[in-house]
Design a protein around this ligand. Structure first.
Ligand code: RB5
Length: 142
């Protein structure tokens, strides 16, 4: 499984933590930036990760900004992207089971690193339920 990473300056350090965790766990990864804590714009990072998923270069994306909100809004403007801000264990599972989310989003200024790692592990290990009502609702997203 290949995972692409993106973060703005506010999410840089948490991105680095999550990247290391994924590498240690045996996932193939690609980091699409940012590569420092210098200020940058989260919509441009979200666009890169969305494009990597759209062209099949990766199976899942991970995005991080200060709150996780701006980068979620930006990612979800792209067709076929279902970016979910993970904030507890149940949400991490439901984002996959019900929403077939393909990007896990984190807020570096609102979450600690250990929680984010746990939410990410749950997210990556939980399959989509493939239930009829969930498939219908995802199709309705267009
Ligand atoms: C950057 O300062 C901050 O606005 C950004 O990381 C994010 O929190 C936006 O939603």
């Amino acid at each position: 499984m290949k995972i692409v990473f993106g973060a703005d300056h506010g999410g840089f350090e948490l991105k680095e933590t999550l990247k290391k965790h994924c590498l240690d766990s045996g996932y193939q990864i690609e980091d699409l930036g940012t590569h420092s804590t210098d200020s940058c714009d989260y919509p441009l990072i979200a666009d890169k990760v969305a494009a990597a998923l759209a062209n099949g270069a990766a199976d899942f994306g991970i995005l991080v900004c200060g709150t996780g909100i701006g980068i979620s809004i930006a990612a979800n403007r792209h067709k076929g992207i279902r970016a979910a801000l993970l904030y507890n264990d149940a949400v991490a599972a439901l984002a996959r089971e019900h929403n077939d989310a393909n990007i896990a989003v984190f807020g570096a200024r609102t979450q600690n690193h250990n929680d984010a790692i746990r939410f990410l592990d749950i997210f990556l290990k939980t399959p989509f339920s493939n239930g009829e009502r969930h498939c219908r609702r995802i199709a309705e997203l267009g």
